[in-house]
Design a protein around this ligand. Sequence first.
Ligand code: KE4
Length: 432
Amino acid sequence: MSRNTDQSRKLQHRAEQFIPGGVNSPVRAFRSVGSEPLYIVRGHGSHIYDADGNDYIDYIGSWGPLILGHAAPVVIDAIIAAARNGTSFGASTPAEADLAELIISAFTHMQKVRFVSSGTEATMSAIRLARAYTKRKYIVKFEGCYHGHSDGLLVKAGSGVATLGIPGSAGVPEEFTQFTLALPYNDTNAVEQAFGKFKHQIACVIVEPVVGNMGCVPPAPGYLEALRAMTARDNSLLIFDEVMTGFRLAFGGAQELYGIQPNLTTMGKIIGGGLPVGAYGGPSEIMNLIAPLGPVYQAGTLSGNPLAMAAGYATLNYLLKHKDVYATLDKLAAELVAGVAAAAKDAGVTISHNRVGSMFTWFFTAGPVTDWTSAEKCDTKAFGNFFRAMLENGIYLPPSQFEVAFLSATHTEQDMQQTIAAAKQAFAGVAA
Ligand code: KE4
């Protein structure tokens, strides 16, 4: 008997009258999994509830921010307390320096941080800063990595080494991507060649140190070290985009996990505890170029918003005091990923998987998935069938093969067992 989702369907029809596709971010439309979007009305811990009252174990967690689970009391209490004093002043508040100090304490290379309201703003601003600091124009990004939707970063996968960016979205003139080099991830030769071809012209290399945006793809052994060495040698800046991995993989993010120090770090998601926050940070020598101190302009009406600062501070302060959360998340995620992989094997369904801490993806391809070329070999139709079958069984996975799933501190052993059982049923259907 399929779940009743009539209310979600009605809400989608209403929303479509006023909002393109009825959604405020494309992935929420469920188009790549051949399903209709659900309207979520409540979350509590590891569960979310749709407009028809259906209960789901949630593996998206708002795409990463909710490492403490939905409606975490410590976060909600902080937001309520802050809201009682007002929502925004367009002036500085004590909470901004409190959160800044806490973030800086987690990253050894960081002396200053600037808050914005999204990861897109954070990466866009960090790249502008890198270009100003180095007085160079070119930037390097990697195929399959996503750093938000600023024009210069919306480039198609490069057709070869050091191919100048081709716009990856309508409305982006080629002039806006002509200085963006899109290279294959996990390929150090491609980066070597780019630095050879554009010697002393590359302002920065921006990378997801563990990729979440082609599904979970970890760096190959030595890859991050090679990026660090090549950028340092050319006096180019290494930007770790830790919007997803920051405070997710460790309190100090991927750079703590892999022991690599970038020049700049971009953040978002967890540092806002579910409210809109982005940030970028690094040494004062670079950060002091930002207005009003220096010539690099960047601004924002709601940057450092007191409610968002309160939610972020409550979240990070909890993580600071309970760092054992990371080991627990790692153990639980390992059990879940292995359990689902075993269910697929038993059903004769070919999948592979990648996992780093509480970020993971099951890929519908034999794998291994190490870059965009291997990721795009996935059978996205089979993933869609799996997604819908899991949803039917109360398991809410990311509605795209090329996204990463997350655990929170509120997911339980029972959630894991229920999910593995649902996967057994789903694979039985896929294999049939
Ligand atoms: P936002 O502008 O969405 O806050 O952040 C952009 C961004 C930057 N860097 C990384 C590594 C990111 O993962 C993101 C955003 N992540 C996506 C999920 N793949 C957000 C979900 C969505 O676009 O709706």
